[in-house]
Design a protein around this ligand. Structure first.
Ligand SMILES: Nc1nc2c(ncn2[C@@H]2O[C@H](COP(=O)(O)OP(=O)(O)OP(=O)(O)O)[C@@H](O)[C@H]2O)c(=O)[nH]1
Ligand SMILES: [Mg+2]
Ligand SMILES: [Zn+2]
Length: 307
């Protein structure tokens, strides 16, 4: 029987079959692994074939081919990577200016990862109800920057349902990964978009605590209007998983476009003569924050930090 993996809690997988019932399944011991070295061979969003046991649980014996997936490293020390989700139409980064701080490097690393896996990405600024006038001005500038790179940017407050309408209709019929730092309000926002989801959310008093994660397992929810939304645990960063240094510029649209005019075809845009990217940064045609994010990802490859 074919089904869709909607949740993975360690060795158990919840599989939605025939759009109706959820079966608790385990993976068959000798299941042939795909080429990715990951801590979770089966991910939320995977289509699988499974069979029922006599006791009503199931055994997954095949993973159907993935249309795409997004991977991140499991931890700083681990060499293994973790598949966040598979078969995505959109990856939405939930950010806040200061509640907690979402750094521009973090945003750029997320966007670059999405580009690398060929998943369209958008940015959602949440908790608008808390922003000071200065924070709004800063947000205006950030929004301009990313819209100029053709990324869609939304402003919402998960606590004010009328502010999420535009985003909700944008997500219609799509399978969307929701990602971002812990405490930015991913689960709260999912509940605002789709009240029947009942995603678990944190308390205001606890989410500031370091290392506190309210959502511990990724979970996929069906949207009433069609499509799915995937809640994920908060993350600290996206590294250059499986990327080689020469590829990284391909995942920064602005840098890639400019690199075509560099004197050397193998220009890394660091200190080469005739580098059109460096020139564009100097003339502010490429934002210096974008360039710094690029350099920081190049640094991952040098140090082997994320490999
Ligand atoms: N003021 C305000 N608070 C919000 C908003 N959205 C979420 N919160 C609060 O922020 C806190 C964290 O929300 P969660 O939805 O649990 O955050 P999360 O991103 O899912 O966190 P993890 O599961 O740990 O990754 C909760 O106290 C929410 O009530 C918002 O738009 N405005
Ligand atoms: Mg959560
Ligand atoms: Zn160059």
């Amino acid at each position: 029987m074919k089904g869709l993996v909607v949740k993975n809690t360690g060795s158990w997988y919840q599989v939605l079959a025939n759009n109706l019932a959820i079966a608790e399944c385990k993976m068959k011991g000798n299941l042939r692994m795909q080429e990715i070295r990951s801590t979770n061979p089966i991910a939320v969003g995977d289509f699988v074939n499974f069979e029922f046991n006599a006791d009503g649980t199931g055994v997954i014996h095949e993973i159907c081919e993935r249309r795409n997936y997004i991977v991140r490293k499991s931890s700083n020390l681990s060499k293994q990577s973790h598949i966040l989700a598979a078969n995505l139409d959109m990856a939405a980064l939930i950010a806040t200016i200061n509640y907690p701080v979402t750094s521009l490097v973090f945003i750029d690393r997320f966007l670059a990862s999405a580009e690398a896996y060929r998943v369209p990405a958008c940015i959602v600024f949440n908790k608008l109800d808390l922003y000071t006038p200065d924070e709004i001005l800063y947000l205006d500038a950030i929004q301009n920057l990313y819209e100029s790179l053709d990324y869609k940017v939304f402003r919402v407050s998960a606590l004010q349902s009328d502010t999420v309408k535009l985003l909700t209709s944008f997500l219609n019929e799509k399978t969307t990964l929701i990602s971002g730092n812990s405490g930015v309000g991913k689960s709260t926002l999912i509940n605002a978009i789709s009240p029947e989801s009942l995603a678990k959310t944190g308390e205001i008093s606890t989410y500031h605590n370091k290392g506190m994660h309210t959502t511990t397992f990724s979970e996929m929810f069906k949207l009433k209007s069609g499509g799915y939304i995937i809640d994920t645990p908060g993350i600290k960063g996206f590294g250059a998983v499986d990327m080689v240094a020469t590829e990284i510029s391909h995942y920064f649209k602005d840098i890639f476009a400019q690199s075509k005019n560099c004197k050397f075809s193998n220009c890394k845009h660091i200190n080469e003569p005739g580098c059109s990217v460096l020139n564009a940064v100097e003339n502010q045609r490429i934002s210096s924050s974008r360039y710094q994010s690029y350099i920081s990802m190049m640094g991952d490859c040098d140090s082997g930090k994320y490999r």
